[in-house]
Design a protein around this ligand. Sequence first.
Ligand SMILES: C[S@@+](CC[C@H](N)C(=O)[O-])C[C@H]1O[C@@H](n2cnc3c(N)ncnc32)[C@H](O)[C@@H]1O
Length: 241
Amino acid sequence: MNNLKSTKTLSKSDSWRMFDDISPRYDFLNHLISFGMHLSFRDKMAEYLPLKQSLKLLDLATGTAEVLIRLFKKSPSVQSACGIDLSDKMMDIGRKKIASLGWQERITLHHGDAHQIPFNDRAFDAVTIAFGIRNMENPRHVLTEMLRVLDNGGRALILEFSLPRNSVVRNIYLFYLRYLVPLMGVLLTGHYYAYRYLNQTVETFPSGEAFYALMTDAGFKNIAAHPLLFGAACIYTGDKI
Ligand SMILES: C[S@@+](CC[C@H](N)C(=O)[O-])C[C@H]1O[C@@H](n2cnc3c(N)ncnc32)[C@H](O)[C@@H]1O
């Protein structure tokens, strides 16, 4: 799929192909672009997991399984976990990381679309998605699927970029996203478009109140937003009651 290097527009339904292309450098670039802060964002998710023993966890758009690995390390209550993604190359890297930790029995990754989650109703206690929902063609539908596979009392946790409210911080952040991130992307992966896509999706995706409305519409209760790093990212949580 190297023709994506020169593609000017990419539909959200095809975004997984771009992740296939950049998969060998995804973790490294993530670390560099976020100055390592993506790790603390993911760790923070563990604090909002439901208070229950032997949690069954599902991670959508799991990519290289970074969320599952961090949640397993941080939260002893997680018993078993599955991840799904459309990019097999991202998951291949995730599977290698899982194998190197000897956790193949506890964490499994499967090919699957977040719009049609390949699991039964009420199969999980928590469903997570990190930096994935803004890549979805129909985020509201993904939210209804998350609700469907959650057991009663279960919780959805959505980690996503957002725009800081403070105008000075927001302008610095946008300059970084619009100009410096694509430059780093092209220098280190050869894929300019993949890293232009990042700021385009961050700037157009509904955050804050607008995302609350999507979650309410999908049927979640007790919705809350937990901003991170001056609002550059946010963990949204919602319960199934
Ligand atoms: C920015 S990456 C995030 C990966 C991972 N969650 C993380 O935090 O590093 C977005 C992921 O969404 C996946 N993706 C895109 N559309 C999808 C869909 N409809 N269903 C499942 N995964 C999808 C891509 O293949 C990619 O791995």
